[in-house]
Design a protein around this ligand. Structure first.
Ligand code: NI
Length: 203
């Protein structure tokens, strides 16, 4: 693997571990000292969002309720990590077949400046027929990526193209339940078989 890929994979693992810790803390906050469910508790990963899908339609987290969400964060100009990950995710869903019918695969861009709905439409279709692409204006995407899902993403200069930029970002997958609550994270997906094995217990 190239150093940059290794760095991003490590960042993904760290972010994922951090997410797991936050989630465990959030479970704690759900349970009051009396042991009763505290419905006002807020999970630290996930929550309400409003974005635009690859068909140009505004959607919120509620539009995804009723099915699990398998979310990958990336950007369409990504040279290798995102396409590789999305291929693995798509192949894993195909292998799972009907077991994955209750899962909506979602690609949330970390690069809203370039990732228009039109660009996302062609991109997601090239990986999986059910893959949903989400974008929005810079402010709302930044909020969703960095605050709602706490995913590392940063705009950096592209050393190969001085007039352009690339995005450093964590390569990880979140699984959310039918109510949009965080269930589990999976690190950088290395193979479809491995991801199938990791996903199956949660489906
Ligand atoms: Ni990428």
């Amino acid at each position: 693997m190239r150093p940059r890929l290794i760095l991003l994979v490590v960042l993904g693992a760290i972010a994922g571990g951090f997410a797991a810790l936050l989630f465990m803390n959030s479970i704690g906050s759900f349970v009051s000292p009396a042991g009763q469910q505290n419905t006002t508790g807020k999970a630290l990963i996930g929550g309400p969002f409003s974005l635009v899908n690859h068909e140009g339609k505004r959607v919120t987290d509620k539009d995804f309720h009723g099915k699990k969400m398998l979310i990958y964060f990336g950007f369409t100009h990504c040279p290798d990590i995102c396409p590789g990950s999305l291929q693995v995710i798509s192949a894993a869903l195909d292998t799972l077949g009907s077991a994955a019918d209750n899962v909506t695969p979602v690609f949330i861009t970390v690069d809203p400046e370039r990732d228009t709905p039109k660009l996302l439409a062609d991109y997601v279709a090239s990986f999986h027929p059910r893959l949903v692409g989400l974008t929005g204006n810079k402010e709302e995407v930044d909020t969703v990526v960095k605050k709602t899902f706490r995913v590392y993403a940063k705009k950096v200069k592209d050393s190969n193209q001085p007039n352009s930029y690339t995005m450093d970002h964590a390569s990880l997958i979140y699984l959310m339940d039918e109510n949009g609550k965080f269930v589990h994270y999976f690190g950088h997906p290395t193979s479809a078989d491995k991801l199938v094995e990791q996903l199956r217990p949660y489906l």
